[in-house]
Write a protein that binds this ligand. Structure first.
Ligand code: ATP
Length: 312
């Protein structure tokens, strides 16, 4: 009898920005508690998983040369973890993962985490597994602190390592312009720089997320713009002084406010509406302060199967 080969499954997984990112002091174990408000954006990676006699990872997209194609790829770690979890590690060797990247690499937008979340969801469909979203969320947390949010999407408060998620009401759609820098930034390096800045001085802290949560519920971008904040921004700017110029240029181009996303170096600019975002993006692209500019909106869904669809 011929074995039936299941058709490939494609999953779209969103990027994230941190509207608020509060970082606690470094603990004796080296770890920082965080409190963050994530928003999932329409800028996303598409990941296809397929049964194959040639297992491995393919990555397509601008600036993806530095991404590992081997078992260090976070997407492949997701294949391995899910296979082990369901007791069929032998199946790992029959999977090919194809990643089409839009999310900037090492850009502070959790692209690797998005790919891992996409694999968890895609493989559970490809293998027709009986795993709940909750199970997938638990596995996601083992892969990295941003992976659970890439699965759930929307807007959420994250505490602990950022993986303890509670949904946050966000009325209306917010419009963003994203400025990608020439090179990525290493997240551990940015945390290290924050520790250094805190040892020698007292960089400002973002405080409570409550006012920002209220602004999200109101749906007013002007109110939200006043409350965007990121404790890692000073560290990212200290390592990449050109970001100061990028942040200024976005506001001069007409954005309501700009903030470094996560550990950077991507800068996210909140705009009044979609038309304004297109104008800000055009002006910012002409200002020559960054590699590439994109428009995006949020909140959007977490990772979801998109077979047969061709637009977000
Ligand atoms: P972090 O989640 O650490 O904040 P980030 O969002 O800034 O990271 P990512 O694009 O997720 O950045 O990449 C972080 C590092 O992970 C890069 O150095 C990259 O080489 C490695 N990596 C492993 N797998 C992937 C993947 N599928 N996509 C992108 N990067 C990956």
């Amino acid at each position: 009898m011929l074995a039936v080969v299941p058709p490939p499954v494609t999953v779209r997984a969103p990027s994230k920005i941190n509207l608020h990112l509060g970082i606690g002091d470094q603990r004796s174990d080296g770890y920082h508690e965080i409190s963050t408000v994530f928003q999932a954006l329409s800028l996303s990676d598409d990941v296809t998983v397929a049964a194959s006699e040639e297992p491995g990872v393919d990555v397509q997209g601008e600036g993806t040369g530095t991404i590992p194609r081997n078992s260090d790829n976070l997407a492949w770690r997701a294949v391995r973890l899910l296979a082990e979890h369901v007791g069929r590690p032998e199946d790992e060797s029959g999977v090919r993962v194809m990643i089409r990247k839009e999310i900037p690499v090492a850009g502070g937008m959790a692209g690797g985490s998005a790919d891992a979340a996409a694999v968890l969801l895609g493989l559970s469909a490809l293998w027709d597994l009986d795993v709940t979203r909750e199970d997938l969320g638990t596995l996601a947390g083992k892969l990295g602190s941003d992976v659970p949010f890439a699965l759930s999407g929307g807007t959420a408060l994250g505490t602990g390592r950022g993986d303890q998620l509670v949904p946050v009401l966000s009325r209306h759609t917010f419009h963003w312009v994203l400025a990608f820098d020439n090179r990525g930034l290493s997240t551990p390096k940015v945390y290290g720089e924050l520790d250094r800045l805190r040892a020698v001085g007292d960089p400002p802290r973002v405080g409570s997320y409550d006012p920002l949560v209220e602004a999200l519920a109101s749906g007013d971008p002007r109110q939200l713009a006043l409350l965007l904040g990121n404790d890692l921004q000073a560290a990212a700017v200290s390592l990449r002084s050109n970001l100061r110029r990028t942040l200024r240029a976005g506001v001069e181009a007409g954005a309501l406010a700009g903030v470094v996303s996560g550990s950077g170096p991507t800068c996210a600019f909140l705009c009044t509406d979609g038309d304004s975002a297109v104008e800000v993006a055009a002006q910012l692209a002409g200002a020559g302060v960054c590699r590439t500019v994109r428009v995006a909106h949020g909140p959007v869904h977490g990772a979801r199967i998109v077979d047969g669809e061709d637009s977000p």
